[in-house]
Design a protein around this ligand. Structure first.
Ligand code: GTB
Length: 217
């Protein structure tokens, strides 16, 4: 069965691959699962039809037969469980890859989102300029720790996994900040992930929405 995911009709990032449908597209591409995309506007996301799929009125969602899912991490996990290639067979290695998926959204992503918030949503507040370096240092703490874990390995724990996909998925948001470049092995890790054929296909597909080349775009 071909799953359908949702994505922004007009992503504010103008096709830079920062919206969270990118992670889901990438996971589907990694496992070779074709998918369809339904584009939704900001207003349609808050309508009952979309709220029935996503209680918070957001993208991405995932529909496959009777199953409707929301939360990019849960969707990537579902894809990784149903297909070979994103989670190791060894039980302990699989548990560790899943731990990295949780770490991505629970430990690495929060300070990155704080930076987005302080820059774009709170940029006009009198305290915004003071808060920014504090938030950036919190991100540096995480990048330093990630850098130590990675060392000179290609991926966080053996072969590329859904854990790497989610960690890189959240780190992409830092590219414009220059923070990644302070940790060369982390920057190289992100670049290695971006060089994967599946990443490139997913990136091209979401960019096609912005350029109007997507069939529903
Ligand atoms: N925890 C949820 C998940 O992981 O799926 C978060 C989902 C989420 O935040 N979705 C956002 C959304 O639907 C899009 S990805 N927002 C609309 C709304 O809440 O009304 C977040 C996002 C938005 C824009 C950019 N950008 O322009 O760079 C990047 C990421």
């Amino acid at each position: 069965m071909i799953p359908t995911i949702t994505a922004f009709e007009r992503s504010p990032d103008r096709g830079k691959g920062l919206a969270r449908d990118m992670r889901v597209r990438w996971a589907l591409e990694e496992v070779g699962q074709p998918y369809e995309v339904r584009l939704v506007s900001f207003s349609a996301m808050k309508e009952p039809a979309h709220l029935a799929l996503h209680p918070f009125g957001q993208i991405p969602t995932y529909e496959e037969g009777d199953l409707a899912l929301f939360e990019s991490g849960a969707i990537v996990f579902h894809i990784a469980e149903r297909h070979a290639g994103l989670l190791p067979d060894d039980v302990n290695a699989r548990a560790r890859a899943i731990a990295w998926m949780f770490a991505a959204v629970n430990t690495v992503e929060p300070p990155i989102l704080d930076l987005v918030t302080v820059k774009f949503l709170e940029g006009d507040q009198p305290w915004s300029e003071q808060r920014r370096p504090i938030v950036m240092d919190r991100i540096r703490d995480r990048l330093k720790q990630l850098s130590a874990c990675l060392g000179d390995a290609d991926w966080l724990d053996g072969a590329f996994s859904a854990g790497d996909l989610m960690v890189v998925g959240v780190l992409l948001r830092l590219k414009a900040s220059g923070l990644l470049d302070e940790y060369p092995n982390v920057a190289a890790y992100v670049a290695r992930a971006e060089a994967r054929a599946a990443f490139k296909r997913a990136f091209a597909a979401q960019l096609a929405v912005f350029t109007g080349e997507h069939p529903n775009g």
